[in-house]
Ligand binder design. Sequence first.
Ligand code: HEC
Length: 151
Amino acid sequence: MFALMLGGVIALQSCGGSTESKTEAPAEKAVVKTETPAAQEEPFAAGKKIYMEKCIVCHQATGEGIAGAFPPLKNSDYLLADKVRAVAQVLNGSNEVMVVNGQSFNAPMPPQVDTKEDAVAVINYVLNSFGNNGGTVTLEDVKDVVIKPRQ
Ligand code: HEC
């Protein structure tokens, strides 16, 4: 009987110990929350979201692509030469032999986005990421691009 009671006392004590450590957690969470608004003010946030969802798998987080398969978007002479063509390519896909920074690519890229708004947003993100300083393209610039019917 005494052993049983002793066991109960020890259990109570260890319980009290864990309550103490729990009281420290909320303070840490409050610090993390104050940093969130600054991250949301990032320019080209909408385009970045599309890039992370759709483009990163081929063109990579660095924008360097994969040699022999997926062309680079970082420092791409081909991209910087024609922003409207780039918007058309993400809308309608691309299946041609192209030379990007002296390297030849000819794997097909399927259509990536369905609206000009999304296409302009992601290309503007790309034009200003990975060290690119490629300016921007507007919806007005791409008014003549025709979105081909999806199969
Ligand atoms: C399935 C892999 C794949 C995905 C996903 C993909 N691409 Fe591509 N991309 C390619 C390939 C392959 C080419 C070369 C196409 C060709 O030769 O006609 C290319 C070419 C390009 C080009 C022109 C060439 C250059 O490097 O400047 C741009 C711009 C481009 N992609 C942007 C994007 C954007 C933006 C996205 C996301 C919305 C995207 N791509 C998603 C594979 C992909």
